[in-house]
Design a protein around this ligand. Structure first.
Ligand SMILES: CC(C)(COP(=O)(O)OP(=O)(O)OC[C@H]1O[C@@H](n2cnc3c(N)ncnc32)[C@H](O)[C@@H]1OP(=O)(O)O)[C@@H](O)C(=O)NCCC(=O)NCCS
Length: 181
Protein backbone atom coordinates (compact mmCIF):
# COMPACT_ATOMS: atom_id res chain seq x y z
CA UNK A 1 0.00 0.00 0.00
CA UNK A 2 3.01 2.29 0.43
CA UNK A 3 2.92 3.58 -3.18
CA UNK A 4 -0.71 4.77 -2.91
CA UNK A 5 -1.86 8.35 -2.18
CA UNK A 6 -2.69 9.06 1.49
CA UNK A 7 -6.45 9.31 0.77
CA UNK A 8 -6.44 5.84 -0.81
CA UNK A 9 -4.40 4.37 2.05
CA UNK A 10 -6.83 5.65 4.68
CA UNK A 11 -9.81 4.38 2.62
CA UNK A 12 -8.23 0.92 2.46
CA UNK A 13 -7.50 0.90 6.18
CA UNK A 14 -11.25 1.29 6.81
CA UNK A 15 -12.09 -1.92 4.93
CA UNK A 16 -12.80 -4.73 7.40
CA UNK A 17 -11.51 -7.70 5.43
CA UNK A 18 -7.81 -8.11 4.72
CA UNK A 19 -8.67 -9.73 1.36
CA UNK A 20 -10.67 -6.66 0.27
CA UNK A 21 -7.80 -4.32 1.19
CA UNK A 22 -5.39 -6.49 -0.74
CA UNK A 23 -7.60 -6.78 -3.87
CA UNK A 24 -8.33 -3.06 -3.97
CA UNK A 25 -4.69 -2.06 -3.44
CA UNK A 26 -3.47 -4.43 -6.17
CA UNK A 27 -6.25 -3.20 -8.47
CA UNK A 28 -5.16 0.41 -8.06
CA UNK A 29 -1.50 -0.51 -8.64
CA UNK A 30 -2.55 -2.21 -11.89
CA UNK A 31 -4.66 0.81 -12.89
CA UNK A 32 -1.64 3.09 -12.29
CA UNK A 33 0.47 0.81 -14.46
CA UNK A 34 -2.10 0.82 -17.30
CA UNK A 35 -2.38 4.61 -17.14
CA UNK A 36 1.37 5.22 -16.96
CA UNK A 37 1.87 3.07 -20.07
CA UNK A 38 -0.52 5.48 -21.82
CA UNK A 39 1.15 8.62 -20.47
CA UNK A 40 -1.74 9.63 -18.16
CA UNK A 41 -2.51 9.39 -14.44
CA UNK A 42 -5.42 7.87 -12.50
CA UNK A 43 -7.35 9.21 -9.54
CA UNK A 44 -10.60 8.53 -7.72
CA UNK A 45 -13.36 10.67 -9.17
CA UNK A 46 -16.95 11.44 -8.27
CA UNK A 47 -18.95 8.63 -6.59
CA UNK A 48 -15.82 6.51 -6.18
CA UNK A 49 -15.33 6.01 -9.92
CA UNK A 50 -11.69 5.64 -11.02
CA UNK A 51 -10.91 8.41 -13.48
CA UNK A 52 -8.09 9.32 -15.82
CA UNK A 53 -6.93 12.08 -18.14
CA UNK A 54 -8.82 12.26 -21.46
CA UNK A 55 -8.99 10.53 -23.80
CA UNK A 56 -8.16 7.54 -21.58
CA UNK A 57 -10.94 6.02 -19.46
CA UNK A 58 -10.31 3.26 -16.90
CA UNK A 59 -12.29 0.78 -14.83
CA UNK A 60 -11.57 -1.64 -11.98
CA UNK A 61 -13.25 -4.69 -10.44
CA UNK A 62 -12.30 -7.32 -7.87
CA UNK A 63 -14.04 -10.37 -6.47
CA UNK A 64 -12.76 -13.31 -4.44
CA UNK A 65 -9.11 -12.71 -5.29
CA UNK A 66 -9.79 -12.01 -8.99
CA UNK A 67 -8.84 -8.54 -10.16
CA UNK A 68 -9.78 -6.98 -13.50
CA UNK A 69 -8.65 -3.62 -14.84
CA UNK A 70 -9.43 -2.03 -18.20
CA UNK A 71 -8.49 1.08 -20.15
CA UNK A 72 -9.96 2.55 -23.32
CA UNK A 73 -8.70 5.45 -25.45
CA UNK A 74 -11.78 5.90 -27.65
CA UNK A 75 -14.68 6.09 -25.20
CA UNK A 76 -16.00 5.14 -21.78
CA UNK A 77 -15.32 1.68 -20.35
CA UNK A 78 -16.63 -0.50 -17.52
CA UNK A 79 -15.44 -3.89 -16.29
CA UNK A 80 -16.83 -6.36 -13.78
CA UNK A 81 -15.54 -9.70 -12.48
CA UNK A 82 -17.63 -11.92 -10.24
CA UNK A 83 -17.22 -15.32 -8.66
CA UNK A 84 -20.07 -17.79 -8.31
CA UNK A 85 -22.87 -16.81 -5.96
CA UNK A 86 -26.23 -18.32 -5.03
CA UNK A 87 -29.07 -16.93 -7.12
CA UNK A 88 -31.84 -16.40 -4.58
CA UNK A 89 -35.23 -15.19 -5.90
CA UNK A 90 -34.79 -11.99 -3.86
CA UNK A 91 -31.39 -11.24 -5.43
CA UNK A 92 -32.65 -11.91 -8.96
CA UNK A 93 -35.69 -9.70 -8.43
CA UNK A 94 -33.55 -6.90 -6.98
CA UNK A 95 -31.31 -6.60 -10.01
CA UNK A 96 -32.89 -8.15 -13.14
CA UNK A 97 -35.37 -6.57 -15.55
CA UNK A 98 -38.51 -8.47 -16.61
CA UNK A 99 -36.84 -9.62 -19.89
CA UNK A 100 -33.78 -10.84 -18.02
CA UNK A 101 -35.88 -12.69 -15.42
CA UNK A 102 -37.73 -14.46 -18.24
CA UNK A 103 -34.45 -15.50 -19.90
CA UNK A 104 -33.02 -16.72 -16.60
CA UNK A 105 -36.06 -18.88 -15.84
CA UNK A 106 -36.20 -20.39 -19.34
CA UNK A 107 -34.58 -23.80 -19.93
CA UNK A 108 -31.17 -23.23 -21.53
CA UNK A 109 -29.18 -26.28 -22.64
CA UNK A 110 -25.57 -26.59 -21.50
CA UNK A 111 -25.39 -23.57 -19.23
CA UNK A 112 -26.44 -23.71 -15.56
CA UNK A 113 -28.68 -20.98 -14.21
CA UNK A 114 -25.94 -19.72 -11.84
CA UNK A 115 -23.55 -19.23 -14.78
CA UNK A 116 -26.18 -17.34 -16.79
CA UNK A 117 -26.87 -15.16 -13.77
CA UNK A 118 -23.18 -14.26 -13.46
CA UNK A 119 -23.08 -13.31 -17.14
CA UNK A 120 -26.08 -11.02 -16.68
CA UNK A 121 -24.77 -9.54 -13.45
CA UNK A 122 -21.30 -8.73 -14.80
CA UNK A 123 -22.66 -7.22 -18.02
CA UNK A 124 -25.04 -4.98 -16.08
CA UNK A 125 -22.40 -3.87 -13.58
CA UNK A 126 -19.88 -3.22 -16.37
CA UNK A 127 -22.44 -1.04 -18.18
CA UNK A 128 -23.39 0.81 -14.96
CA UNK A 129 -19.71 1.47 -14.21
CA UNK A 130 -19.19 2.85 -17.71
CA UNK A 131 -22.25 5.08 -17.57
CA UNK A 132 -24.33 6.20 -14.61
CA UNK A 133 -22.51 4.49 -11.72
CA UNK A 134 -23.34 1.77 -9.24
CA UNK A 135 -26.02 3.68 -7.36
CA UNK A 136 -28.44 3.37 -10.30
CA UNK A 137 -31.25 0.79 -10.35
CA UNK A 138 -29.91 -2.20 -12.35
CA UNK A 139 -33.49 -3.15 -13.35
CA UNK A 140 -33.63 -0.03 -15.52
CA UNK A 141 -31.28 -1.61 -18.04
CA UNK A 142 -31.76 -4.84 -19.93
CA UNK A 143 -29.15 -7.08 -21.47
CA UNK A 144 -29.81 -9.73 -24.13
CA UNK A 145 -27.66 -12.82 -23.61
CA UNK A 146 -29.02 -15.04 -26.34
CA UNK A 147 -26.11 -14.36 -28.75
CA UNK A 148 -22.39 -15.10 -28.40
CA UNK A 149 -21.77 -11.77 -26.63
CA UNK A 150 -24.07 -9.72 -24.38
CA UNK A 151 -26.04 -6.96 -26.11
CA UNK A 152 -27.72 -3.93 -24.60
CA UNK A 153 -31.45 -3.64 -25.32
CA UNK A 154 -33.05 -0.27 -25.98
CA UNK A 155 -32.26 3.04 -27.66
CA UNK A 156 -28.57 3.17 -26.69
CA UNK A 157 -27.86 -0.40 -27.89
CA UNK A 158 -25.71 0.61 -30.87
CA UNK A 159 -23.41 2.74 -28.69
CA UNK A 160 -22.07 -0.07 -26.53
CA UNK A 161 -20.19 -3.32 -27.15
CA UNK A 162 -19.70 -6.12 -24.62
CA UNK A 163 -17.32 -9.03 -24.27
CA UNK A 164 -17.77 -11.78 -21.67
CA UNK A 165 -15.42 -14.59 -20.71
CA UNK A 166 -14.94 -17.25 -18.04
CA UNK A 167 -11.24 -17.33 -17.02
CA UNK A 168 -11.95 -20.25 -14.63
CA UNK A 169 -15.00 -22.32 -13.61
CA UNK A 170 -17.38 -20.16 -11.56
CA UNK A 171 -15.70 -16.90 -12.58
CA UNK A 172 -17.12 -14.45 -15.12
CA UNK A 173 -15.66 -11.19 -16.41
CA UNK A 174 -17.42 -8.77 -18.74
CA UNK A 175 -16.12 -5.59 -20.27
CA UNK A 176 -18.38 -2.92 -21.80
CA UNK A 177 -16.95 -0.31 -24.20
CA UNK A 178 -18.51 2.75 -25.78
CA UNK A 179 -18.41 2.53 -29.58
CA UNK A 180 -17.33 5.39 -31.79
CA UNK A 181 -20.44 6.48 -33.77
C1 LIG B 1 -21.71 -3.06 -3.62
C2 LIG B 1 -21.22 -3.02 -5.04
C3 LIG B 1 -21.08 -1.57 -5.46
C4 LIG B 1 -19.86 -3.71 -5.07
O1 LIG B 1 -19.54 -4.05 -6.32
P1 LIG B 1 -18.63 -5.28 -6.60
O2 LIG B 1 -19.11 -5.87 -7.87
O3 LIG B 1 -18.53 -6.18 -5.44
O4 LIG B 1 -17.23 -4.61 -6.68
P2 LIG B 1 -16.30 -4.34 -7.91
O5 LIG B 1 -14.97 -4.68 -7.43
O6 LIG B 1 -16.74 -5.00 -9.16
O7 LIG B 1 -16.45 -2.79 -8.11
C5 LIG B 1 -15.93 -1.93 -7.17
C6 LIG B 1 -14.95 -1.01 -7.88
O8 LIG B 1 -15.68 -0.24 -8.84
C7 LIG B 1 -15.11 1.08 -8.89
N1 LIG B 1 -16.19 2.02 -8.68
C8 LIG B 1 -16.68 2.50 -7.51
N2 LIG B 1 -17.67 3.37 -7.77
C9 LIG B 1 -17.81 3.44 -9.10
C10 LIG B 1 -18.67 4.17 -9.97
N3 LIG B 1 -19.59 5.04 -9.49
N4 LIG B 1 -18.56 3.99 -11.29
C11 LIG B 1 -17.63 3.15 -11.81
N5 LIG B 1 -16.77 2.42 -11.03
C12 LIG B 1 -16.88 2.57 -9.69
C13 LIG B 1 -14.06 1.20 -7.79
O9 LIG B 1 -12.79 1.14 -8.41
C14 LIG B 1 -14.33 -0.03 -6.93
O10 LIG B 1 -13.17 -0.63 -6.42
P3 LIG B 1 -12.33 0.09 -5.26
O11 LIG B 1 -13.31 0.50 -4.22
O12 LIG B 1 -11.35 -0.93 -4.82
O13 LIG B 1 -11.68 1.28 -5.90
C15 LIG B 1 -22.20 -3.69 -6.00
O14 LIG B 1 -22.27 -5.05 -5.86
C16 LIG B 1 -23.56 -3.09 -5.97
O15 LIG B 1 -24.29 -3.15 -5.03
N6 LIG B 1 -23.90 -2.50 -7.07
C17 LIG B 1 -25.14 -1.79 -7.19
C18 LIG B 1 -25.79 -2.16 -8.49
C19 LIG B 1 -26.38 -3.54 -8.35
O16 LIG B 1 -27.29 -3.80 -7.60
N7 LIG B 1 -25.84 -4.45 -9.13
C20 LIG B 1 -26.33 -5.79 -9.14
C21 LIG B 1 -25.93 -6.50 -10.37
S1 LIG B 1 -26.58 -5.73 -11.79
Amino acid sequence: MSGLPVTERSRLEKLHRWEDRQDSAIGWQLLHQLATERGVSVRRGANGRPGSDPPVDVSLSHSGGWIAVAACETGRIGIDVETRRDVTPALAQRCLSAEEMAWLERAWPGEPRSVRFLRLWTAKEAYLKATVGLAADPRDISIDHTSAEPRLLGAAAACWRFSSSAPAPGVCVTVCVECAM
